[in-house]
Write a protein that binds this ligand. Structure first.
Ligand SMILES: [Zn+2]
Length: 195
């Protein structure tokens, strides 16, 4: 079986290094696995579209969109986060006056190497997933006591990229791939520590 498969040892490692309970990680993994079939065999761009339609269904709002774009010239400066995101629930007006509109906007430093950029984006997608799970109380997700912030978004990112790395490996795109699960794990730990 693939070395990128999430197993008990990996869950324990995430719990230790990110200092979050195994029970919480398992709960997130269970929620992730419900979302996962909608992204199988897809590139990261498609994961965003998969997440978009998953959230449209969960929130019953077909006006929800995910926008992912680089910082505009002059917006990114030294010491700033490599990527940021913000969720705009419906009834906030952003780029439109339609009150049903809802969006999640990710901005990133376009100078990041692709491999790292993918991890940052996966981390940010984790934030919208957590926010929506909390809001919708989907499945057995209990909003009381389940944080929707760090480090769970990194752990969501690890789940996503563990699955994707396997997929990209079939395309032999080494610039996009992590050579090992450990290398990918370290990348997410670095993102987490930079926050
Ligand atoms: Zn974050």
């Amino acid at each position: 079986m693939s070395e990128f498969k999430i197993d008990g040892a990996k869950i324990r490692k995430m719990s230790e290094e990110f200092k979050v309970g195994e029970d919480l990680i398992l709960l997130l993994h269970k929620a992730y696995c419900r979302f996962s079939p909608s992204i199988q065999g897809r590139f990261l761009a498609h994961i965003m579209r998969g997440m978009e339609s998953y959230i449209r269904t969960l929130t019953k709002n077909d006006r929800f969109i995910i926008i992912c774009e680089p910082y505009k010239a002059g917006e990114f400066s030294q010491g700033q986060k490599q990527a940021i995101s913000c969720y705009y629930p419906s009834r906030t007006t952003i780029r439109s006056n339609d009150k049903r509109n809802s969006s999640f906007i990710i901005n990133y430093n376009s100078n990041l190497p692709e491999k790292e950029l993918r991890d940052y984006i996966a981390h940010e997608i984790g934030h919208i997933f957590l926010a929506i799970m909390k809001k919708s109380r989907a499945g057995d997700w209990n909003s009381a006591g389940v944080p929707d912030t760090e480090p769970l978004s990194s752990i969501f990112g690890i789940f996503t990229m563990s699955e994707k790395n396997d997929f990209y490996a079939n395309y032999d795109v080494s610039a996009r791939n992590h050579a090992s699960w450990q290398e990918m794990f370290d990348s997410f730990l670095k993102i987490h520590q930079g926050l």
